[in-house]
Ligand binder design. Structure first.
Ligand code: SUG
Length: 444
């Protein structure tokens, strides 16, 4: 069946800031306290998405979440009006306010794990929103993501599950640790689940392992996947310790091609053999491994080479890597990209894209998107206001220019006007994206 791999990018919210909230994410830590540009960020994100739409790919948008999440502060004992809650929390617990103001839902690769209908027993396209329990600021995303997915992907073609139970054994970060390989998008594929630890294991790593094997086993069951076509691979602790807090910082794949760093997996030989076995009879996997000698893992992580989007562009004979501009500025990654282009392997084009505002929080081009393989019928069933064409791009750009601040410092989060500004922007957005006038909690 013909199907396409669409990208749904997280629309960057009006409170994008550098809170330094993600332990183990080196960029987030390094930029803690710096001034951000919410307007600059949303324009960068929309620009990346629009370029792919212009090139003929199906490009969608996922809405930002309501920030600040005052309901969360209420659960923590603050009371009164939203303004009173925020004011008291800012005085007594400013760290909590930074958490409930994070624009982290922009990193849509962590929104959910997605299984195309060609892989599932009931023939529906399945989503499990990630519970993101490892970090406080992201643990508040799951339910709102479920709500967003239900409005963007309505109807019987789609199965939107609830997030897994919010417990460390089921720590789940979604598609950032999931790769699907296949012969063609609409045919059956191999779903690769990369986890950092077992749920019950005593973890002694330098940084947290955010994904467990148990969480992915539960998702594979819920999605009705064929166990023969599922591969569970352990991420190497070296990679996590070096700052690869998600597998998509050291690995990306599409169609039959897996592009990964030598140090990505704990047991590389077994991992590749398992993928070959699972693909048997469907397609021949192509492995492009980047040796440490060519690109040291430090460079891979600081430049985010593997957080590129690996794209099957219309009318192109080879895949394109939509890489962060930082890869062009880093000698080892620029040279490696040049070698790819000069060679005759399956990656033949590299495009560099500027998403620096997001990169400073550890989110590259691939973090900003959720991939969804859509058949024609499924594409017709998507909420069409959430698909990005010329008109929606123009509307969203104009909307952002009217509502977003040019600059935001983490100290500005105490400014009560920011909540009003953010809500005014999001209230209008629900009309632009046809999400319903009760989409956000503050609208209900
Ligand atoms: O979860 N950064 C995100 C970046 C997510 C990147 N996603 C993928 N690799 N797919 C995270 O660590 C930083 C927020 C702050 O520090 O204010 C943050 O949440």
């Amino acid at each position: 069946m013909t199907a396409v791999e669409a990208n749904f990018d997280g629309l960057i919210g009006p409170t994008h800031n550098y809170g330094g909230l993600s332990f183990g994410n080196i960029a987030s830590d390094k930029n803690r306290g710096a001034a951000s540009s919410p307007l600059g960020a949303v324009i960068e994100g929309l620009g990346k998405a629009k370029a792919l739409a212009d090139a003929g790919l199906v490009q969608g948008i996922l809405p930002p979440h309501a920030r600040p999440d005052t309901d969360y502060l209420r659960q923590l004992g603050f009371s009164g009006s939203d303004k009173a809650v925020l004011d008291a929390a800012w005085k007594k617990a400013p760290a909590l306010v930074r958490n409930v103001y994070s624009a982290s839902p922009m990193w849509a690769a962590n929104a959910a794990t997605v299984s195309p209908s060609a892989d599932t027993q009931d023939g529906r396209l399945h989503f499990t929103p990630a519970n993101l329990v490892t970090t406080l600021h992201r643990s508040i995303e799951g339910k709102a993501t479920q709500n967003a997915l239900e409005r963007v992907f309505p109807g019987h073609n789609f199965a939107v599950h609830a997030p897994l139970p919010a417990q460390s054994t089921f720590a789940d970060e979604g598609a950032a640790n999931h790769v699907r390989l296949c012969g063609e998008h609409g045919g059956p594929g191999v779903e690769i689940f990369v986890y950092g630890r077992e749920g019950s294991e005593a973890w002694d790593g330098r940084f947290p392992a955010r994904q467990t094997r148990e969480s992915f086993e539960a998702i594979a069951r819920a999605h009705g996947l064929d166990p023969v076509r599922c591969v569970f691979i352990r991420q190497s602790q070296d990679a996590i310790d070096a700052g690869a807090f998600h597998n998509d910082v050291v690995c990306v794949g599409t169609l039959n091609t897996l592009f990964f760093h030598e140090k990505a997996f704990a047991d590389r030989e077994t991992a590749l053999a398992d993928i070959r076995a699972a693909a048997k009879g469907l397609f021949d996997p192509v492995f492009i491994e980047v040796p440490e000698d060519d690109v040291p893992i430090r460079d891979a992580i600081s430049s985010y080479l593997f957080n590129s989007q690996l794209l099957d562009m219309p009318d192109a004979d080879r895949l394109m890597l939509n890489a962060p501009i930082e890869c062009e500025e880093t000698d080892s990654t620029r040279e490696f990209c040049q070698t790819l282009v000069n060679g005759n392997g399956s990656i033949g084009h590299v495009n560099y894209v500027d998403v620096r505002q997001s990169m400073r929080n550890g989110g590259g081009p691939a973090c900003l998107r959720l991939r969804v393989v859509l058949t024609e019928a499924e594409r017709d069933a998507v909420n069409s206001s959430c698909l990005l064409g010329d008109e929606q791009f123009a509307r969203l750009t104009e909307w952002a220019r009217r509502h977003y601040r040019e600059t935001l410092h983490p100290d500005d989060l105490g400014d009560p006007a920011l909540m009003d500004e953010s809500r005014a922007a999001l209230d209008e957005l629900t009309r632009l994206l046809s999400l319903g006038s009760d989409f956000y909690p503050f609208q209900r």
